[in-house]
Design a protein around this ligand. Structure first.
Ligand code: GLY
Length: 424
């Protein structure tokens, strides 16, 4: 089997590793692979270059195209490939609006009765500001478009929220993504990430995970793409998962199908567990990063079978099996991230205890002209440990992350701190 994997971050490295364990003799083509994605056919096309990817796929005719990141989905890569009769795991452009337009997602949820925070969408800053003054704080201001996970600003005062509107709309902090904004009520609770593999109608839910978006320990400092994650999460009981399926996933998939936007791919629900039950914080149209680096290592049954069923048929009746274990990943990032940071720092992994249950997923890595491993991004590596208990996995992940060496490396030592308090 020949699979084209679009994307080259930590999420795609985790997908590659898991798919390869299903298909030891498979052929994997990857767009501009990072330095950890070895033994692959390197496709020298940017993951966002839709025209060039379609041309490549028409020539190579892979058996399955797995689209990792959101940008090519929002640009219609899946539609273009399906029009050429290729099997694609990833939603159409119309369905991917659930991530690429927060305003669209909120309107869809409202219509479908999916629980989420009260909101209004605005294209004019002065209207948004009037609404904020009327509602008060705390309140959340979000760029409606794609903003690399950084477009939501939680504001504890009205003054901060008015400033957030200016940051997004007047200063253009997120470019066109901020032409429209969503202002929504602040929700109190604990977040869960749940992935659903969807075939347009049915869905298979994977193990729940929790990630840490803030850069600093104790969940402080600015938002990042994610500094670490763990799975499973003990508060995601079977009842909570069932609630997510019945009240969030199935009505959302139905509402999309009714709009001729059936969703075939990975529907990621970012959920808040509130006193009133689960509420949707946001949807994404692809696997989460770094949650994928903890969910997939726990999957025992075939990922290829699941993705192929969603891409080409039905997932009804597929029941994945899971390792009876916990996984924790710690992201090792460049100093300065999520602000500006240097690239090109030499990475030494010689002391990392990589093995069966410690995986080093590469994200922002490359090789220099001398073949040395160097940093090439903000999030550089994700170090995942799998162990019988959460505490063992967390300790192993943290200790292994500490053995990664490059100048100004930073990582959080407290990934999963809530779970540690619950399950010491
Ligand atoms: N971990 C958050 C995301 O993938 O958007």
């Amino acid at each position: 089997m020949h699979i084209l994997l679009v994307g080259n971050g930590g999420r795609e490295h985790a997908l590659l590793r898991r798919l390869r364990s299903d298909l030891p003799d498979g052929t994997f083509s990857v767009t501009r692979p990072n330095a950890g994605m070895t033994d692959v056919d390197a496709v020298d096309v940017a993951p966002t270059d839709v025209d060039a990817l379609v041309a490549w796929a028409l020539h190579a005719r892979p058996d399955l195209v797995m689209i990792g990141p959101e940008a090519p989905l929002a640009d219609g890569l899946a539609d273009r490939l399906r029009a050429e009769d290729l099997a694609v795991f990833g939603p159409s452009r119309a369905a991917a609006r659930i991530e690429s337009s927060k305003a669209f997602a909120k309107a869809l949820m409202e219509e479908a009765g999916v629980p989420t925070a009260a909101y209004r969408a605005f294209r004019r800053a002065e209207d948004a500001k009037a609404y904020i003054r009327a509602e008060g704080a705390p309140i959340v201001v979000k760029a409606s478009g794609l903003a690399a996970g950084k477009g939501a600003i939680v504001c504890s005062s009205v003054e901060d929220a008015l400033g957030a509107v200016d940051t997004i709309m007047a200063d253009g902090a997120f470019g066109d993504a901020g032409d429209e904004i969503v202002v929504e009520a602040f929700m109190e609770g604990e977040e869960l990430s749940i992935f659903g593999v969807a075939d347009g109608r049915d869905v298979v839910l994977l193990r729940a995970a929790q990630d840490h978006k803030r850069v600093g320990e104790g969940d402080t400092g600015p938002n990042t793409g994610g500094m670490g994650a763990y799975a499973p999460v003990s508060i995601a009981t079977p009842d909570v998962i069932e609630e997510a399926r019945e009240r969030v996933f199935l009505p959302t998939l139905r509402a999309l199908a009714e709009r001729d936007s059936a969703f075939r791919g990975l529907l990621y629900a970012g959920l808040m567990r509130t006193d009133e039950g689960l509420k949707v914080v946001e949807f994404n149209a692809r696997f989460g990063d770094p949650e994928t680096q903890v969910v997939l290592p726990l999957l025992e049954s075939s990922l290829v079978e699941l993705l192929t069923a969603a891409a080409t048929g039905s997932v009804a009746g597929i029941e994945p099996t899971w390792r009876n274990a916990a996984a924790v990943t710690t992201v090792v990032a460049s100093g300065g991230y999520p602000g500006s940071y240097a690239k090109g720092k030499t990475i030494d992994l010689s002391d990392v205890p990589e093995g069966e249950d410690v995986h080093v997923y590469h994200a922002g890595t490359a090789r220099n002209a001398d073949g040395e491993l160097i940093t090439a991004g903000g999030r550089v590596l994700a170090v995942t440990a799998i162990a019988p208990t959460f505490a063992q996995a967390a300790d192993r992940s943290r200790d292994a992350a500490a053995t990664v060496r490059f100048e100004d490396a930073q990582f959080r030592r407290d990934i999963g701190w809530r779970e540690r308090e619950r399950t010491p």
